[in-house]
Write a protein that binds this ligand. Structure first.
Ligand code: GLU
Length: 428
């Protein structure tokens, strides 16, 4: 890992920059490691389109609020746009665009026949009743009707959305089209065409990649200490699997703070966000810490699995883990990445580590198109196989070219996307 990103002070100071700016910088940097026609790189800095819609909602307490929704479609050279819908107050067109770029790379690293998309509504889902969430989602589906579809663009859950949201979206779309079309979204409940294992998949892949990374650095998973920031679907599933495999999970956290036990927590006894929201601190533990302090623990592996931009130029020097495995999307800023690389901290990127989510989404889409159901065993076996294959592709680049893990993952992804663009050509 001697190839160190060069980041000047000015860049380090623009830490609050948009996700899109980070994604573009990463692409520019990746372009220096791959021989690609500069015209293709220029094209990839821009999304194909960003659909912006207004989503009116009649409030239960009276009156109407109008929320802004987006669907960014970055690139579809390898297949339909694919990626989540998030409900979060800070959703913007730029954020969706940056996140959609990451989906393009994520699908390409995993060698899935999908491109990159991402969308959402700028709304705090906690401020909505269940009924309001349902009506907002159905109206959003109506507004996006022309740009989504099983062969066009296939949304999925992301921050603030879940299987139920996808069920409403699928139902609204199907009713508009006059037929049941389960393949329009993934991450649905299994009873209406969702895949077994989809919900746990991003956490499962994060655990699989952690296990491989620990092994790569000549350690045993049973001897490894792990700290996890975030105890939602990604963090909790990763923590529990690693715990099952013998790792010592010393800390887990949610927005309210962290619990810490140097002898290891019983991760199955700690309530996940889905089981009981924001209840990590209700579990008895020898010590509590702040959510930020988790990032600075002296552990073998740190898994930031909550929100983006948590490891910044401001705290990257304090990260005391040997390996960082990105469970969340974009937890490490561009400047922090450079600092960690300089310090020889291995950072296994989101586009590989949490890609189990979109991989099982692909399995779900296949099941929907073929009207067949796979068993959980089959899903998990095929996920394991696909994760190991992607891991080997990235690891080979790390070994052959002495790149950081992020650079290596980008080399794999960008090469595949650029090759497809070269083969299809620019038209007219
Ligand atoms: N939102 C998830 C992600 O960021 C999953 C996307 C999908 O399954 O399409 O990878």
């Amino acid at each position: 890992m001697s190839t160190t990103p060069t980041v000047d002070d000015e860049e380090a100071e623009t830490e609050s920059e948009s996700t899109l700016a980070t994604a573009r910088k990463q692409l520019q940097r990746a372009a220096t490691n791959v021989e690609v026609d500069p015209a293709i790189i220029e094209r990839l800095k821009h999304p194909t389109r960003v659909q912006q819609v207004s989503v009116p909602l009649e409030r239960e307490e009276g009156g109407v609020d109008v929320f802004t929704g987006y669907r960014a479609q970055h690139d579809d050279v390898r297949g339909p746009y694919k990626g989540g819908l998030r409900y979060h107050p800070e959703v913007t067109a730029d954020e969706c665009t940056g996140l959609s770029m990451w989906m393009t790379w994520k699908c390409a690293v995993m060698d899935l026949p999908f491109g990159g998309g991402k969308g959402g509504i700028a709304v705090d889902p906690k401020s909505l009743t269940d009924d309001e969430r349902e009506r907002l989602t159905r109206r959003f589906a109506e507004e996006l009707r022309d740009v989504v579809g099983p062969t066009k663009d296939v949304p999925a859950p992301d921050m603030g959305t879940d299987a139920q949201t996808m069920a409403w979206f699928m139902d609204a779309y199907s009713m508009q089209q006059g037929e049941t079309i389960p393949g329009v979204v993934t991450g649905k409940p299994p009873v209406i065409g969702g895949s077994y294992g989809r919900e746990a998949a991003p956490g499962r892949s994060t655990a699989i990649i952690t296990r491989e990374a620990v092994d790569y650095y000549d350690r045993e998973i049973a001897d490894a200490t792990v700290a996890v920031q975030g105890f939602g679907s990604v963090g909790a599933n990763a923590a529990r699997l690693l715990d099952d495999w013998g790792a010592t999970v010393v800390a887990v956290s949610d927005v309210n703070g962290a619990i810490y036990d140097p002898d290891g927590l019983d991760t199955r006894a700690v309530p996940t966000h889905e089981e009981e929201p924001e209840a990590v601190l209700t579990h008895e533990a020898p010590e509590t810490l702040s959510n930020e302090a988790v990032l600075e623990l002296d552990v073998d592996v740190l898994i930031p699995a909550a929100v983006g931009n948590v490891i910044t130029a401001g705290n990257a020097d304090a990260v005391d883990a040997d390996i960082v495995v990105e469970g969340a999307n974009g937890p490490t800023t561009f400047a922090a990445d450079a600092i960690l690389a300089e310090r020889d901290v291995a950072v296994i990127p989101d586009i590989l580590a949490n890609a189990g989510g979109v991989t099982v989404s692909y399995f779900e889409w296949l099941q929907d198109i073929n009207r067949r159901t796979w068993s959980l065993e089959r899903v998990n076996e095929e996920l394991e196989e696909q994760m190991l294959s992607a891991w080997r592709d990235v690891r080979d680049e790390v070994d052959a070219r002495d790149l950081t893990w992020r650079d290596a993952a980008y080399v794999v992804a960008l090469s595949r996307v650029a090759e497809a663009k070269g083969a299809r050509g620019l038209w007219p």
